[in-house]
Design a protein around this ligand. Structure first.
Ligand SMILES: Nc1ncnc2c1ncn2[C@@H]1O[C@H](COP(=O)(O)OP(=O)(O)OP(=O)(O)O)[C@@H](O)[C@H]1O
Ligand SMILES: [Mg+2]
Length: 357
């Protein structure tokens, strides 16, 4: 392979954009190398290295405070890294921040719409900030409004919009200047399940039909699972697992049997009985439940229950299911991501309500 010309910044040994036989090829739309962000004594992002291919839909999945927004903020040039480096669409996020900004669209976690303006006016303002001329703005506003199905409500004040409509308008705004890469920070946080599924469709369309590279953050496992080609699970600023959702779930090695124990004090004894016996691939625990991963779950249940009975440990209930990303998270971090979800919905509901006052 003969490389004619290297274009774009790149770093380390991987040049990001180059030409072969006059064809421009980009290896990575986003590439970070040991990127780190320190806030006094908090390491919000700790030596993260990831590579996202052009056209990929890549997810950062993690609980509150994991460092997802901080990572997006560094990649979108909102804040400088304390260490390491990153390139987006071939441009270094520190040395070439202006070029990065031209190449990306961002939908922030907390809404940044002006609710005293109409939807159309918000889009127009954004187009002006990006230097789009009047004719181009007009055309593009119609396109993005139609994409998120807001044409009918375009001239209503944003303060009369529902939470889902605001989120759709923000996605439309992020697309006004035809970005190559779109960052979506918690695109469906606090929205009801039906609206969430609706927004997933727009995200998929953008990615598959318009070819936009997307990096989204979420702490909804279903969202990451449904949308993303690959996911990085992030906890305490570090990547704990990175793969496709399917490969991650398969890595647990089978079906998950959940056993609810009568006495939480019995958990350690039961886990060690299963591990010693070698009947389970992975054993984890939460409150008074033990999760074990086994091949051929239906057939293994009697054996698993017999072992508990032999160890003199009473079981209240037993269930069998396919592994979820929560099991993957539990396996890697020892805790569940789900615990946080209910409170978060309320928090965002509050943000949207308080903006309306
Ligand atoms: N400007 C800041 N100053 C000090 N600490 C900060 C700042 N921004 C973030 N942090 C801290 O960095 C850590 C990561 O925060 P971040 O907002 O990136 O997490 P997150 O994964 O986006 O969480 P959430 O799911 O709640 O949005 C947290 O401990 C947070 O308190
Ligand atoms: Mg966040």
């Amino acid at each position: 392979m003969i490389i004619d010309k290297v274009i774009g910044e790149g770093f380390g040994n991987s040049s990001i954009i180059f030409q072969i036989n006059k064809k421009t090829i980009m290896l990575y739309a986003i590439e970070t190398s040991g990127i780190t962000k320190q806030f006094d004594d908090i390491t919000a992002v700790n030596k993260v290295s990831i590579s996202v291919k052009p056209g990929e839909l890549f997810g950062l999945l993690g609980p509150n405070g994991a460092g997802k927004t901080t990572l997006i903020n560094m990649l979108s040039t909102m804040t400088d890294p304390s260490g390491g480096s990153a390139a987006v669409w071939g441009f270094d996020v520190v040395k070439n921040a202006d070029m990065v900004r031209q190449s990306i669209g961002v939908v922030f976690q907390d809404t940044t719409l002006d609710d005293r303006l109409t939807g159309r006016e918000n889009l127009d303002l954004h187009g002006r900030l990006y230097g789009l001329d009047g004719k181009t703005r007009k055309k593009r506003i119609e396109e993005v409004l139609s994409l998120v199905e807001l044409t009918d409500r375009a001239d209503a004040l944003v303060k009369t919009y529902s939470g889902g409509m605001m989120r759709r308008l923000e996605i439309a705004r992020g697309l006004m200047h035809h970005p190559h890469v779109l960052f979506l920070d918690e695109p469906t946080l606090g929205l009801d399940p039906q609206t969430r599924i609706h927004i997933w469709e727009y995200i998929k369309t953008l990615n598959k039909e318009e070819g936009v590279t997307i990096m989204l953050t979420t702490h909804y496992m279903e969202e990451a699972d449904h949308l993303c080609d690959r996911i990085a699970i992030i906890d305490h600023g570090e990547i704990v697992a990175l793969d496709s959702p399917e490969a991650m779930k398969n890595s647990l090695g089978g079906d998950v049997i959940t056993l609810e124990l009568e006495k939480p004090g019995d958990i350690a004894g039961l886990c060690s009985a299963y591990q010693k016996n070698g009947c389970a691939n992975i054993v984890s625990q939460k409150n008074n439940e033990v999760f074990i991963t086994v091949r051929d779950g239906e057939r293994q249940i009697p054996h698993v229950l017999a072992l508990a009975s032999n160890a003199g440990i009473p079981i209240i209930s037993v269930s069998l299911r396919k592994p979820t990303l929560d099991d993957v998270f539990l396996h890697h971090t020892g805790k569940a991501i789900r615990d946080k979800e209910a409170g978060e919905v309320e928090r965002v509901g509050y943000i949207i309500r308080s903006r309306r006052k």
